[in-house]
Design a protein around this ligand. Structure first.
Ligand code: CAA
Length: 384
C-alpha cells in the first residue's frame, strides 16, 4: 500500500487550497474569454509550482517527481490551461535545462522560469512534423561565433508569452536525428515572431502559437548540450512532459468524479436522487476505477523517476491510460449531469474539451502504444 508522507500530504493540501481559492474561480471566465491569464501563471510561479523539481540553488523547491505529480494533479483538476503552463515551463523547459544545460545556462534561465517571471516554450513540432519528431525542417547553420536559425514551429503552448524558446533544429540533414541540435533562444531576438492560433476545441484559456524564425542569430552559448544531442533532449523532455500531462489528467478524472457525485446526490428525478439509480452508479463506479488506476500508474512512473530507474515505457503507459481516462471520465460526467453538463455552469464540459487535446499533444495515444509495444516485443513497428 502506497501512502503519502506527512510532508507530501501537506504539499498536496496546500496545492488543493490554492487551486480551489485562486485557480477554480477564474477558470470559466478565462475559458469563455479565450484569454490566457499571465497574472495567474505568475501566482502559480510564486507558489513554487513552476520549478518544483528544480534545485533550490537555481530557485526551485527541490521536490521529488512523485510530489511534483501531486501538485500537477491538483492544478489539472482546477484548470488544464494552468496545468499546461506547469507542464511546459517545468517539465519540458526547466527539466531539460537541469539535465542538459551548462552552468551558465542554468544560472541565466532557471531562476526566472521558477518564479514565473520568465515563461518558456518548447519548439519541437512544425507544420509538417508532429509524430515524426526527428524529421525537422527548421535549419541551424553555423556562422562566426554562433548559429543562424530559419524555420517555423506549430502548436507551441505559451509561444506568444514566452521569453525563452527551446528551438530544435537540423544542422545536417544527412545525419537525420543525429544532426539535431537544441538552442535556447530569447524570443526578442531579431527575426523571431509568433502568432496566436485561434479556433481551438478546448484549452481556450491557454496560449497556443505558431512561431517563425527568420534568420535568427544566436551565440554559441545558446546551444544546449552538443550538436547531435537535439533528439535525445527532446525525448528526455517528453519523458518528463508526458508524466505531467498524465498527472494533470488524473486531476480531470478526479474533478469529473467529484462533480458527478455531488450532482447525482442533489438532483432528483422520479422522487429520488439520481445517485440512487443503478445506471448512474455504474457511471460513477467506472469513473472511480479509472481515476484510481490512472493515479496508480502516475505514482509508479514518478516513483521510478525518483529512483533514477528507466521510466520511459512506464511514463508512456501512464500518459496513454490517464489521458484516455480523462476524456472518458469527463464524457461520463456530462452524461451524469444531463442537460446541465452541456453548459458551463458546471466544470464538466470544460473538462471534456480540455481533456481532448491530451491524447494528442506530447505524443498521441498511438505513439504511446508504439513505444509500449516496442518495449515489450523488441520489434520497432514504426519502421514501414
Ligand atoms: N530519452 C533519451 N534518449 C532517447 C529517448 C529518451 N526517452 N528515447 C529515445 N532516445 C534516443 C535513443 O537512445 C536513440 O539514440 P541513438 O541514436 O544514440 O541510438 C535516439 O534517441 C533515437 O531513438 P528512437 O530510435 O527511439 O527514435 P525513434 O525515431 O524510433 O522515435 C518516436 C520515434 C518515439 C515516435 C518519437 O519520434 C516520438 O516520441 N514522437 C512523438 C513526438 C511528440 O511527442 N511530439 C510532441 C510535441 S511536444 C508538445 O506537444 C508540446 C506542447 O507545447 C504541449
Amino acid at each position: 500500500m502506497i501512502s503519502l508522507t506527512d510532508e507530501q500530504r501537506l504539499i498536496q493540501e496546500t496545492a488543493r487550497e490554492f487551486v480551489d481559492n485562486e485557480v477554480v474561480p477564474k477558470a470559466r471566465d478565462s475559458d469563455r474569454a479565450q484569454r490566457f491569464d499571465p497574472e495567474l501563471a505568475r501566482r502559480v510561479g510564486e507558489m513554487g509550482y513552476l520549478g518544483a523539481p528544480v534545485a533550490e540553488e537555481y530557485g526551485g523547491r527541490d521536490l521529488d517527481y512523485f510530489t511534483y505529480g501531486l501538485i500537477v494533479e491538483e492544478i489539472g483538476r482546477g484548470d488544464s490551461a494552468m496545468r499546461t503552463v506547469v507542464s511546459v515551463v517545468t517539465s519540458l523547459v526547466c527539466s531539460s535545462i537541469v539535465r542538459w544545460g551548462s552552468e551558465e545556462q542554468k544560472q541565466q534561465w532557471l531562476p526566472g522560469l521558477c518564479t514565473g517571471e520568465t515563461l518558456g516554450c518548447f519548439g519541437l513540432t512544425e507544420p509538417d512534423t508532429g509524430s515524426d519528431a526527428s524529421n525537422l525542417k527548421t535549419r541551424a547553420e553555423k556562422v562566426d561565433g554562433g548559429w543562424r536559425i530559419n524555420g517555423g514551429k506549430m502548436w507551441i503552448s505559451l509561444g506568444n508569452y514566452a521569453k525563452l524558446a527551446m528551438i530544435f533544429a537540423q544542422t545536417d540533414p544527412e545525419k537525420k536525428h543525429k544532426g539535431l541540435a537544441c538552442f535556447l533562444v530569447p524570443t526578442d531576438a531579431d527575426g523571431f515572431s509568433s502568432q496566436e492560433i485561434h479556433g481551438k476545441l478546448g484549452l481556450k484559456g491557454s496560449d497556443t502559437a505558431e512561431l517563425s524564425l527568420d534568420g535568427v542569430e544566436v551565440p554559441d552559448s545558446a546551444l544546449m548540450g552538443q550538436v547531435g544531442d537535439g533528439f535525445k533532449i527532446a525525448m528526455s523532455a517528453l519523458d518528463s512532459g508526458r508524466y505531467s500531462v498524465a498527472a494533470g489528467c488524473v486531476g480531470i478524472c478526479q474533478g469529473s468524479l467529484d462533480a458527478s457525485v455531488a450532482y447525482a446526490k442533489e438532483r432528483t428525478q422520479f422522487n429520488r436522487p439520481i445517485a440512487s439509480f443503478q445506471l448512474v452508479q455504474e457511471m460513477i463506479a467506472d469513473m472511480v476505477v479509472q481515476t484510481e488506476a490512472a493515479r496508480g500508474l502516475v505514482w509508479r512512473a514518478g516513483w521510478l523517476k525518483d529512483q533514477g530507474k528507466p521510466s520511459t515505457t512506464e511514463t508512456s503507459i501512464a500518459k496513454l491510460y490517464a489521458t484516455e481516462a480523462a476524456v472518458n471520465c469527463a464524457d461520463r460526467a456530462i452524461q451524469v449531469h444531463g442537460g446541465s453538463g452541456y453548459v458551463d455552469d458546471h466544470p464538466v464540459e470544460r473538462y471534456w474539451r480540455d481533456a481532448r487535446v491530451t491524447t494528442l499533444y506530447e505524443g498521441t495515444s498511438q505513439i504511446q502504444k508504439l513505444i509500449i509495444g516496442r518495449a515489450y516485443t523488441g520489434i520497432n513497428a514504426l519502421i514501414p
